[in-house]
Design a protein around this ligand. Sequence first.
Ligand SMILES: O=P(O)(O)OC[C@H]1O[C@H](OP(=O)(O)OP(=O)(O)O)[C@H](O)[C@@H]1O
Length: 185
Amino acid sequence: MSLDMETIQQVRAEADCLYTKAELDTAINRLASEITNELADKNPIAFCVMNGGLIFAGQLLPQLDFPLEVSYLHATRYLNETNGGELFWKAKPEISFIDRDILIIDDILDEGHTLSAIIQYCQHAGANAVYTAVLIDKDHNRKAIPGFSANYTGLKCADRFIFGYGMDYKGYWRNAPGIFAVKGL
Ligand SMILES: O=P(O)(O)OC[C@H]1O[C@H](OP(=O)(O)OP(=O)(O)O)[C@H](O)[C@@H]1O
């Protein structure tokens, strides 16, 4: 379905703001301290999970002032829709994981299929340890693994479809300067 720009503007205008930019900045600063405390001497590789992890990784990484390498991977299962399907790897990592500590950076832990598949991938590829950081963890009981959570979680949110700070509504509003819930979803 192609969306007209009027609808896209309307979704933004009618959305509920769940977190402001200031609240997100504070959460990211806290995560940066926690991650620095635990990983500063581990020479990790930080992976941004494209596309959603882009904004969070972009704000977090400059606050991790210790030796690390940066790379990316792209695994997707929502394909511009509001319900997830099969996980599709658009770009697998090319860097060696053998005996390395890995930090996975993503925008949201929703049902957790994406993050758990990425963790498994890293473990099978020989990582020494895999750490995960997400900006938002959605509160519901549909997690792929009951009780699954990231090592570092910025904020929790209600069980609604959200956009902003990397997360899209049908491909749009990843650039929205806060986290917003779509009206009616
Ligand atoms: O916990 P889950 O239910 O698996 O969902 C979380 C994943 O969904 C989104 O990615 P998406 O598939 O939309 O890909 P994109 O980032 O390229 O838009 C998001 O960026 C996470 O990676």
